[in-house]
Design a protein around this ligand. Structure first.
Ligand code: NOJ
Length: 579
């Protein structure tokens, strides 16, 4: 499967080879489609309105039938749930909300039986403030080994009443909280890049590193196939914790619209890499046969720019994959999409890593809503009833086209639960029910992420749309979810669910995940590319313009994101075909 760098095709006269899929071995994680389960909202077995592990296990056959290769579960560990489980109080225990450790074992076993791999979330940047380490730190004196595990500092000013630096929390407000010492006096401050209930660990300390290596082994011994690593770019902070004057966001530069040559002192410090090198050695040691089918993997959540910096996380000795947030952040713009596709392959191929693709997750407005907003506006952090509402029909149409484009791309892909149903965000959720700490900490200026975390609609005619046996759901479902419930779409030609199933089936049958990608160089509104796969040469047209585009004579359509007008591809529609 080697191509001439400018192979002509009927629809791609000047297509450039931007990714050569023949250069890599076929390890499963290089092309896996991984489905993100958000445990709180996938399926509720016990009727308390909160999803749980038994519920997840009961719905795994649906995911097998959808055609994904693996699942990634957001945290289900013991947690006070101050940040929906990303505040872990015991990394080796299942929170009673979600079940018991036995349920986790049964879930992994059932997934394996169905041919699905299981990836769990690891949250190393911070623990919960209810973790036994943090409780011990609060009970101990400044300078004690217990405090050493976290980022405690004396405050500034004569009485230490000023925070140690000016850093702000990603969720809003300052990134430092002052503690009361055991003797009742006002004391030191601790760092929390997120909520005050999420104190940052001190990753310079060997004990912290050893603890996390042991946690990795715990879950590997239980049978999981890998880890998604939370805030992978945040573990090490710049020495001296210098002030940082820009706003702090998850996204790499931590800036809103500004640019700077300096890297934020809390993100993407070089010291993080040795942590991941040691984890990779552990993962490798769990593959006893050396056959790539036994590879255990890790995927980085690293909001790092530019792509060259992000690529450092996926060097052969570190992560297997990293989320491609540049792709997720790209507006519905043919030039920008072409550019991000090209740059993503260039960066990852330079270190021999697979490129991954993602459009939605539990932290961003779902792409069915995002793409229904005016193009070129910054992505909002949640949408409320009084905000400009997305155009639902346009959003879904574009979302289907965007996913059709995404799943044609060689590499790995992530699907966020419910996007296969075309779910939008709940964009009119009452503020009183919001649970994301962002809402409170931003002083009610940012709605936050609840809108994309709403419980799944499974059956239109059941209470709670079949989320569980009761009508309770921890967040309300919008009325629009009824018509989108899985049972309303299964087997229905043209439904979003059937589109996803078809794409995943064709992608697998034709080995498109392992293909090479040719991208047409152009400045027009149409993205044209060819996935040169082992089993076929699949041509792709995504029409982002207003005028319809003709397919070539003899085109055999494999997949279309929307109805075609004869051989014409309408606006905001994408097609896979062979010719
Ligand atoms: C990233 C997670 O995806 C997000 O949900 C969480 O709030 C932060 N990390 C903090 O753990």
């Amino acid at each position: 499967m080697t191509q001439n760098p400018t192979t002509p095709t009927s629809t791609a006269p000047a297509a450039q080879l931007v990714h050569d899929g023949s250069r890599h071995a076929d390890a499963w994680w290089r092309s896996a489609v991984i489905y993100q389960i958000y445990p709180r909202s996938f399926a509720d077995h016990d009727g308390d309105g909160m999803g749980d592990l038994v519920g997840i296990t009961s719905r795994l056959p649906y995911l097998r039938d959808l055609g994904v290769d693996a699942v990634w579960l957001s945290p289900f560990y013991a947690s006070p749930q101050a940040d929906a489980g990303y505040d872990v109080s015991d990394y080796r225990a299942v929170d009673p909300l979600f079940g018991r450790l036995e349920d986790a074992k049964a879930m992994v076993a059932r997934a394996h039986e169905l041919g699905l791999r299981v990836i769990v979330d690891l949250v190393p940047n911070h623990t919960s403030d209810e973790h036994e380490w943090f409780r011990a730190a609060l009970a101990a004196a400044p300078g004690s080994p217990e405090r050493e595990r976290y980022m405690f500092r004396d405050g500034k000013g004569p009485d230490g009443s000023e925070p140690p630096n000016n850093w702000e929390s990603v969720f809003g407000g300052r990134a430092w909280t002052r503690v009361t010492e055991p003797d009742g006096s006002p004391g030191q401050w601790y760092l929390h890049l997120f909520d005050p209930k999420q104190p940052d660990l001190n990753w310079e300390l060997p004990e912290v590193r050893e603890e996390f290596e042991s946690i990795l082994r715990f879950w590997l011994d239980l049978g999981v196939d890998g880890f998604r690593v939370d805030v992978a770019h945040g573990l090490i902070k710049e020495a001296g914790l210098p002030d940082w004057d820009a706003e702090l966001h998850l996204l790499g530069a931590g800036l809103k619209g500004e640019s700077t040559d300096r890297r934020p002192p809390m993100w993407d410090q070089d010291g993080v890499h040795e942590v991941y090198e040691s984890w990779r050695r552990i993962l490798n040691s769990y593959n006893e046969t050396g056959d790539s089918a036994g590879d255990r993997i890790m995927c980085a959540e690293a909001w790092v720019t530019p792509v060259e910096r992000a690529a450092r996380y996926v060097r052969e000795t570190e992560f297997h994959q990293a989320f491609n947030f540049d792709f997720l952040e790209t507006h519905w713009h043919a030039d920008k999409l072409r550019e991000v596709i090209r740059a993503s392959y260039a960066a990852n191929d330079s270190v021999g890593a697979p490129t991954t693709w993602v459009l939605s997750n539990h932290d961003v407005v779902r792409h069915a809503s995002r793409l229904g907003l005016p193009i070129d506006q910054p992505r909002p952090n949640g949408i409320g009833a009084e905000d400009p509402q997305p155009d639902t029909e346009l959003g879904l149409r574009r979302a289907r086209a965007a996913t059709t484009l995404m799943l044609a791309l060689p590499g790995g892909a992530y699907i966020y639960q419910g996007e296969e149903l075309g779910l939008p965000d709940h964009t009119t959720m009452p503020d009183e029910v919001r649970q994301d700490p962002t809402w409170e900490r931003s002083g009610h200026t940012e709605k936050g992420r609840d809108g994309c975390r709403v419980p799944m609609p499974w059956e239109a005619d059941r209470p709670g749309l079949g989320f569980g046996p009761s009508e309770q759901t921890w967040l309300p479902q919008p009325e629009s979810y009824r018509a989108l419930a899985a049972d309303q779409q299964a087997g229905v030609p043209g439904s979003t669910l059937e589109l996803y199933r078809r794409m995943l089936q064709v992608r697998r049958e034709l080995s498109m995940g392992q293909g090479s990608l040719l991208l047409e160089e152009s400045t027009g509104d149409v993205v044209r590319m060819v996935n040169d796969a082992r089993e076929a040469r699949v041509q792709v047209v995504a029409n982002l313009g207003t005028d319809p585009v003709d397919l070539p004579d003899g085109a055999q359509v494999l997949v279309a994101s929307g109805a075609l007008d004869g051989t014409r591809v309408p606006s905001d529609t994408a097609v896979w075909f062979t010719a």
